[in-house]
Design a protein around this ligand. Structure first.
Ligand code: FAD
Ligand code: S2G
Ligand code: ZN
Length: 486
């Protein structure tokens, strides 16, 4: 477990006292406060990957925006550091304390506030679990505009705070477009109520945009109003086997032309990722043979016959032109789910390896697999990959092709200095050289913040620091993360 190397506790932050705990108990009641109970605090202090671990002695579970406001006002006055926490599925160490920061969990703020089934606008507390919202909407013929493998645990508030992308971004766009309004408690306790439900409102600076992707550093998102699309009546999923990443790109450009408005997802993975999945999960082979690359294509439309025809024409064309070597169309919901289970299962499979170095990078699509091959060569030359007892077990690649988003995961027998120093900053330099981003959708947290300069200019970073200081002059929100500290 990383013990946040290179960080020292900021002694401007007050250490919690019994009086503080009494205040929080008077505000939240006994059940809303977890104090000094190591077992109960373990989950609040440990991230999903079990890679980052804090030493907080206090977790708070408010039920209302007013309670969050009172907590923040108190913590700001007392200079007590706070880490807002949603489903704790973040992958950059942003959701757990580094030291004894208080964890402010939104898990008890999970009411659906309203839904307009003409416009499809949903208003909900930030602590609603993404999958719960998606199922609730499903009953009404709607769906959430984002989907990610963590849907069973992540909160919509955490999705907003990390500007989560996911599997549906290609079709439904990013949260910067689908979020219509936010309710946010600022670091001093001020409640910023911008729970707008209008699609058009051009009156002044669009403040909500600042909080989308702010990772708990300038406010606590307590409420969301979001535009939700109709749930498509006709969903098809096909799996293609391909020989090269050039063919993956051809399949993608053709899917945009041939499937156009019904295309709802286009994901790829390499054989290394599939082998990694099969090492840890039971799955029946979807195809006779194995191929170097796989593509999952999903269409979502309103007319099954029309969509079936379009998808079959597309597949036939991909096979005729030898872009795809094999292709299968899921025949029912179970097969659809089993194909998605492979794509959504890589993270969990990798989590079962002794160690994993996770990189979530974006770049021009043609560069995606060059990056993977270059990293494999670099690690081999560096002597950590390629032999039976090498530190690195394998380099696997998967991701959201349409977003130019590669998930490069390096599975290893252990975290060791030689390997980490071979990867970083080499990979970030490579990404910067190819005009990519060092973090496509997972955010910065404490894992990537010191490398922000590879993706943003000093002028932009200084402007971000100015905004941070404007909202949080005492620096109590999610300290040590998000912006470079060195
Ligand atoms: P947490 O992990 O609790 O917190 C994340 C960050 O947001 C922290 O900095 C925290 O301080 C802050 N925060 C949380 N709630 C609030 C709030 N209410 N107000 C202010 N700040 C807050 N991410 C993607 O983008 N795309 C994917 O496809 C994807 N797939 C994933 C698959 C798996 C299996 C897993 C484990 C993770 C995946 N993730 C993905 C990463 C993660 O799920 C997302 O970042 C998610 O949005 C985090 O939501 P959460 O509620 O778990 O937030
Ligand atoms: C995905 C999940 C995190 C990872 O599967 O799309 O965002 O890198 C990722 O495994
Ligand atoms: Zn992803």
């Amino acid at each position: 477990v990383d013990k946040f190397p290179g960080h020292v506790r900021n002694e401007n932050f007050k250490k919690i006292t019994e009086q503080d705990v009494d205040f929080f108990k008077s505000l939240l009641g006994e059940t809303g406060v977890v104090y000094k109970n190591e077992d109960d605090l373990f989950a609040f202090n440990t991230d999903w990957m079990n890679k980052f671990r804090g030493k907080s002695q206090l977790a708070l579970k408010p039920k209302t925006t007013q309670q969050v406001s009172a907590i923040m006002k108190y913590c700001n006055d007392q200079k007590i550091a706070v880490v807002p926490q949603g489903g704790n599925t973040g992958l950059v160490g942003g959701s757990v304390p580094l030291f004894d920061e208080v964890v402010l969990s939104l898990q008890n703020m999970n009411n659906i506030r309203g839904f307009d089934d003409v416009s499809g606008v949903l208003s909900a507390d930030a602590g609603c679990v993404l999958e719960v919202l998606d199922n609730w909407l499903g009953e009404k013929g709607y769906m959430m505009p984002l989907d990610l493998g963590a849907k069973g645990s992540c909160h919509i508030g955490g999705n907003i705070a990390t500007n989560a992308g996911g599997l549906r971004l290609l079709r439904y766009g990013s949260l910067h477009g689908t979020v219509l309004g936010l309710e946010v408690v600022l670091p001093d306790g001020t409640i910023l109520d911008n729970m707008a439900t209008l699609r058009k409102d051009n009156t002044g600076y669009d403040l909500k945009q600042l909080f989308i992707g702010s990772e708990g550093t300038i406010g606590v998102v307590t409420g969301v109003s979001i535009l939700t699309p109709h749930r498509s009546k006709a969903v098809n999923v096909a799996l293609l086997g391909l020989n090269s990443f050039e063919d993956v790109q051809k399949a993608f450009t053709h899917s945009r032309k041939e499937l156009s408005e019904i295309l709802s997802a286009f994901e790829f993975w390499d054989i290394n990722a599939l082998e990694m999945f099969k090492k840890h999960a039971v799955t029946k082979a979807a195809m006779e043979n194995e191929y170097p690359f796989y593509v999952l294509v999903e269409t979502s439309g309103s007319n099954k016959d029309h969509d079936d025809e379009k998808l079959n024409n597309y597949l036939e064309k991909m096979m005729e032109n030898e872009v795809a070597q094999d292709g299968v169309v899921a025949q029912d919901e179970t097969q659809i789910r089993s194909l998605w289970a492979i794509r959504e299962g890589f993270t969990e499979a990798l989590g079962k390896e002794p160690a994993v170095y996770k990189y979530d990078i974006s770049m021009p699509v043609p560069k995606i697999y060059e990056c993977v091959e270059d990293m494999r060569a670099h690690l081999t030359q560096g002597g950590v990959l390629g032999k039976p007892d090498s530190a690195v077990i394998d380099v696997v690649a998967y991701g959201h092709v349409g977003d130019g988003n590669l998930h490069l995961n390096i599975a290893a027998n252990r975290h060791d200095k030689k390997t980490s120093e071979l990867i970083e900053p080499y990979l970030f330099e490579w990404v910067a050289k190819h005009k990519g981003s060092i973090s496509a959708e997972h955010g910065l947290g404490v894992a990537k913040n010191e490398f922000l300069g590879y993706s943003k200019s000093p002028v932009m970073i200084n402007m971000m620091k100015t905004i941070k200081n404007l909202f949080d002059p005492n620096g109590i929100m999610n300290p040590y993360k998000y912006l470079p500290t060195k």
